[in-house]
Every structure is written in C-alpha cells, then in structure tokens.
Design a binder for this molecule. Structure first.
Ligand code: FAD
Ligand code: FMN
Length: 618
C-alpha cells in the first residue's frame, strides 16, 4: 500500500469545531481532490480573499498530521483527553504524534468540547484523564463522565478502547476517574484493548512506555508507515521544528529565583502568618506567565524535621544512600529528596511491605480510621507509633519523592515585568503531641532575602483566565490566600484602557490583622481598576460571616452582573468554601432569575461550560 503524507498546519484562528470539520473533511479526500482543492485555495489566496490563514506557515495552535492513502482504509483513532493542569493534554499530544508516525489516522479531542453523541460511533478510543478534587474528574471531563454513567449512555459494542489515568498516589482516590472510565466503557460493551495504566506524579516514563505499546494495538498491532513527522509538540501546545532551548526552565529544570522581598501580610497580634514574596525572574526563559497561572516551588525539608527523623531511627546523618541512581549522604537525601512532613497511603503500604506490622495493617484496612490517622501525621509519627529497625536504604525507598508545591501567582507580568509574586499561608499546627510545620511554606518563610534562591517553575492554568475582552465584568470570590490571583487580575485590569466592572469578595478571619493587601485594594478602588469590594471576617463578631454570606446579601446585584455577562471566579479552599459559594450562586439564580431549582443548577452549570465560572481551588 502506498501512503502519501501531507502535513497540514492549522492556524490558531480556527475554532476547535472548525478544526474538527476541516481535518475530517480533508481525511476523506483522494489525492486528485487534494490537488484540486489546494489549487483552488491558492487561487483564492492570490486574490487576497483572506483564506491564507488556513494554510499558514506560522506556528499552529494544533498541528494535525493528516494521512491520505490511495485506497486502503487506515485505522482511525480518537484520542480523548480530560485534563486540568495540562499533564494529560501534553500526553494526548504525544499520543497523537506517536499515532501519526505509525500511519494511524488520529484525531485529538478535548473532553470539554466533545459531543457525547459521537461516542457510539467511535471505532478506536484512547482516553487520557486525570483525577482532581477528592477523587472527581477535572471539570473538562465532568459532562462525559456523567454521560457514560447516565440513562442515555449508549451501547459501545463496536468500540475498542484503552485508558490512561493520571493521578497522585498520595490521594485516597488514586486515579479514580481513569478507573471509572475504564470500568464503565467496558460495562457499556466497549472492548478494552490494553490494560489501564494508573500514572503517579512522576508519570512521564510510565506513560511514554504505555503509549508506545498501546498505540500500535489500535493499528491492528502493525506499524503501517514509519516516516516520522518533523514537528515536535511543546508543553504549551505549540508545534515547532526547533529543539527547545536547553536553558528553558520547566518543572524538570526549575529556575533559581533570587528573592527581592518577603513581607508579612498580617497585622500585629495575629496568631497566623501569610507572606507576600517577590521573586526575580528577569531574563529567565520559560518563566513567562499570565494572570491566573501558578508557580511550582521545590522546597527543602527543615533541619529540625531531618534531625527528628535521624533521632527516632538512630541512623547516622553521614550514612550513604542511593536516590535516583545517585549516591549521597542520608542527611542530604532527607533534606532535599523525600517527603517527611506528611505520610500517604503509598508510603504506609511500602513500610508495611518492608516491615510487616499486624496493627498497622489492620488500621490500613479501615479507610475511615486510616484517613483520620494519616491526616496531620508525619514520618516521625509513623516510626514512633509502629516502630521498626529501619535501614537508611529502606527508609529512602519507602518515602515518596519530595513534590513541588503550587502557589497562584499574585502579580501581573504587565504590572511587574521580570517579577513573580506569591501569597503564602504558613502552615503550622499541633497534632499527635507535636508542633508541625508545612514543608514548603516553612521553607519560604525561613528564606533569607539576600542569600537564598527559590527553585521555581510555571504551571500554566488555562482554566483560570481573565475574559479576553477587558470590558467584560468580573466577580472574584476568594478566602484567605485565595485572594492571590485576584491581585494579578486587578493589576492587569488597572493597565487596561477600557476596563469593565470588577467586584471582589474577600473573606478571612479578622479585619484588624488579616485583611490581606488592604491598602492596595483601596488604591485600586480609587483608580477604578476595582469597582466594588465586599469583605467577610469570620471571627470578628458573634456570628460567623463568610464570602457566600456577602454574595447572598448582594444577591440582586450579583444576578444582574451575571445577566450582563460577568465572569465569576472562585479561589481558595476546596473542601468547604468552593462548594458553599457555588451553592449560594445557585440560590441567587433560582430566586432572582425566578427559576426552578433544576433550571438554576443548569444555569450555573452552563456558566462553567461557557468558561464564565472558573475555579482555582486546593
Ligand atoms: C493550584 C494550587 C494553588 C495554590 N495556591 C496557593 C496560594 O496561593 N497560597 C498558598 O498559601 N497555598 C496555595 N496552595 C497550597 C500549597 O500548594 C501548599 O499545599 C501549602 O502551602 C502547604 O504546603 P506545605 O509544604 O507548607 O505543607 P505540607 O508539608 O505539604 O503539609 C500540608 C499538610 O499538613 C497537614 N495539615 C495542615 N494543617 C493541618 C491542621 N491544622 N491539622 C492537621 N493537619 C494539617 C495536611 O495533611 C496537609 O496536607 C495551592 C495549591 C494548589 C494545588
Ligand atoms: C487540587 C488537586 C486535587 C487532586 N486530587 C486527586 C485525587 O483525588 N486523586 C488522584 O489520584 N490525583 C489527584 N490529584 C493529582 C492530579 O490528578 C495529577 O496532578 C495529574 O497529573 C493532573 O493531570 P492534569 O494536569 O492532566 O489534570 C489532584 C491534584 C490537585 C492539584
């Protein structure tokens, strides 16, 4: 079979629907039709009829390799991804590249834009989906997830599929959404071609290996064409023929940012601490960001906690251990490489495998009690409560690699070029008889401004963005450090020529000591960058007052803003605040839109689908 390849680069001006239409149309053409159409479009272009975008040479938002064959039918594959922070999206693009290299006619689709009625017609389906919240799908996957579990779910008898789940084994519901898709597609009659893989935080190697063996299965196990396309896909979704600059800073190659400033945002007498930290990112390739993005920070464990671990194990700081194939002193590995401040299910499982303990095993088999035990306990607690003669080597193997922590960036790059600001709540609490400190927030709080540098990288958050039009009204709701991205939003709006209305709802415990960035907000109210501000301090009066109460107090006007097309943002606490605020919004819509409860829920759901309600919660 002779296969002719044509690489079509599509400019970002095409919507995803147009892109889909275009690629599926092109895929139906025979070679002479392709020749005719390209001549036709070239003619139109020469006449200046504005179709040059279609075949633009510029770097595309999505590059699709379209395979045109001369008669024989090629296998087709839909790669469907549901992602929040971009890991799954990156893998889906890799899968597209692999598939096209192998002569499989593949289409990349975001679950957020997927028409559920298309599911039944799929022949080959590769699902890549992460898990968020506490075991729930990312928002982009919510509708499809509900659909396959719903009454209208179709029979999928003719559908071959495989699922790659992304997650973090420190969570109780590890890769639950991937598991849900895998099980439910099978229940609906789909044929699982390859066993599901559940990828943990260091997912790249496992995912790459799985994709390499899985993709050929969709082509009948046979590699049809081997000519590799010449483009490579970057993390930002753009395609280029160039290799990335080796000094670009990413999660794997963080930038060591000098510290410009570290200021306490709390007033005197506060029992808690929130810090404003300014980092220099001048001339650091890869550190570009947009309002709404987060920064990843790699911390070190504190001397205090490392000493406690050494004391309880009786191990020597100078013992040698191997971490990631590198030999180093135990003390160094405990400082730099492994999590000490929290213990997770995976750690306890490895501890149990190495040092069996009946009591701990029993506890681990009772999910509620186990969860309660893990909450707030660290490795010192585990070694104290369920002692064993651990060796240095085993200890390093049992502990999980130290993970970066994420912080919503609280500066706008337009207002603060070459800088990146963070708003960090310092975690301190008392649990199981000891005072505990959060690793990264303590690392940041202990930083000395003059000498130390912070290993940092950008985590793009396309799901939390200002409206494209600066005139669109925005409603920002945040509690505690949830205020961080709004500082970036309002700084950005402050510099816009025609700014729309903006309304900030902020909540914290105490007006006197915890009104974060109070003077800045007053300035923004004066300059007009901020139109309205309502605050709720929960511990000031007899009655607890929260941001949702302030929304409720202003219900009629909030509804009016919604009807005027306002975008709504919720940032901060995932466990309670985010749900309460969404519930209040629904109540407001029900009353002031004079809608039934179901219609009000639909209204708020649609806000989210239209990306007019966006969440950044943790
Ligand atoms: C997208 C995103 C954006 C974020 N933005 C921000 C931000 O702008 N500002 C900010 O401050 N944080 C933010 N966070 C949270 C941040 O990433 C860290 O989780 C936080 O700083 C704690 O990290 P740590 O290393 O200091 O604590 P860790 O060492 O990770 O310890 C935290 C753990 O301690 C335990 N714990 C904490 N308090 C208690 C308690 N009272 N009782 C019992 N156990 C407790 C819990 O098990 C908790 O998981 C964000 C998180 C995400 C995912
Ligand atoms: C706020 C938050 C909640 C998460 N909850 C879970 C969870 O319940 N279970 C899980 O396995 N992973 C969980 N994760 C980990 C993500 O699934 C993991 O980081 C994944 O690589 C993200 O992929 P994505 O970027 O494609 O969304 C959570 C991550 C975040 C930031």
């Amino acid at each position: 079979m002779k296969i002719k390849r044509m690489s079509i680069k599509l400019n970002g001006s095409l919507s995803s629907d147009q892109l889909e239409l275009f690629t599926s149309f092109v895929a139906t053409l025979n070679p002479s039709q392709v020749a005719w159409i390209s001549g036709y479009l070239a003619g139109l272009s020469a006449q200046g009829q504005g179709v040059s975008d279609v075949l633009s040479q510029s770097i595309p938002a999505v590059a699709t390799e379209v395979v045109v064959d001369s008669g024989n039918e090629l296998p087709t594959l839909t790669i469907l991804y549901g992602s929040r922070t971009g890991n799954g999206e990156g893998l889906a693009k890799k899968a597209l590249k692999l598939a096209t290299e192998q002569g499989i006619k593949a289409t990349l689709k975001n679950m957020a834009d997927y028409k559920t009625r298309d599911l039944q017609a799929e022949k080959n389906l590769l699902v890549i989906v992460s898990t968020h919240g506490e075991g729930v799908p990312p928002f982009s996957a919510k509708e499809l997830h509900e659909f396959i579990y719903g009454k209208r779910a179709p029979k999928l008898d003719g559908v071959n599929y495989a699922v790659l789940g992304l997650g973090d084994s420190s969570y109780f519901h590890f890769c639950k959404t991937g598991k849900d898709f895998d099980e439910q597609l099978e229940k609906l009659g789909g044929k699982r071609l390859v066993t599901r893989v559940a990828c943990d935080v260091d997912f790249e190697a496992v995912a790459d290996e799985w994709l390499k063996t899985t993709i050929p299965a969709f082509g009948g196990g046979e590699v049809i064409a081997s000519a590799a396309p010449q483009f490579r896909l970057l993390a930002n979704g753009k395609a280029t023929k160039e290799e990335p600059k080796p000094d670009t800073h990413t999660k794997k190659n963080p930038f060591l940012a000098p510290v410009y400033e570290k200021i306490s945002l709390h007033g005197k007498g506060s029992k808690r601490q929130t810090l404003h930290i300014e980092l220099s990112t001048e001339d650091a390739p890869g550190l570009d960001y947009q309002p709404g993005d987060a920064a990843g920070v790699y911390p070190l464990n504190s001397d205090e906690l490392v000493s406690e671990v050494l004391a309880i194990t009786g191990l020597n700081a100078g013992d040698f251990v191997v971490f990631n194939d590198v030999e180093k002193k135990l003390e160094t590995a405990l400082h730099k490489n492994v999590e000490l401040s929290k213990i997770t299910i995976d750690v306890v499982n490895r501890y149990l495998e190495t040092y069996p303990n009946e009591k701990l095993k029993k506890l681990s088999e009772n999910p509620d009690k186990f969860k309660e035990y893990l909450d707030g306990r660290d490795i010192v607690d585990l070694l104290q409560d369920y002692p064993a003669e651990v060796t240095a080597e085993n200890l390093i193997k049992i502990l999980r690699p130290l993970q970066p922590r994420y912080y919503s960036i609280s500066s706008s790059p337009k207002a603060c070029p070459g800088e990146l600001h963070l708003t960090v709540g310092v975690v301190q609490y008392h649990n199981a008889g000891r005072n505990k400190k959060g690793t990264c927030s303590t690392f940041l709080s202990d930083l000395s401004v003059d000498d130390e540098k912070v290993p940092v990288f950008i985590e793009s958050n396309p799901g939390f963005r200002l409206p494209e039009n600066d005139e669109t009204p925005i409603i920002m709701v945040g509690a505690g450090t949830g205020i961080a991205p709004y500082r970036a939003f309002v700084q950005h709006r402050d510099l816009a020529d025609n700014k729309g209305k903006s309304w900030l709802f902020f909540g914290n415990r105490n007006f006197e000591t915890e009104f974060l960035y109070q003077t800045e907000w007053q300035g923004f109210l004066k300059s007009g960058a901020l139109t309205k501000m309502d605050v709720a301090f929960s511990r000031d009066g007899d009655k607890k007052l929260y941001v949702q109460d302030k929304l409720q107090e202003n219900a009629a006007e909030v509804f009016q803003w919604l009807e005027e097309g306002a975008h709504v943002y919720i940032c901060g606490d995932m466990k309670k605040m985010a749900g309460d605020v969404q519930h209040t919004l629904t109540k407001i819509v029900e009353k002031h839109g004079v809608l039934s409860k179901e219609k009000a829920l639909e209204y708020v759901d649609n806000l989210q689908k239209e990306k007019r309600l966006q969440l950044d919660v943790y």
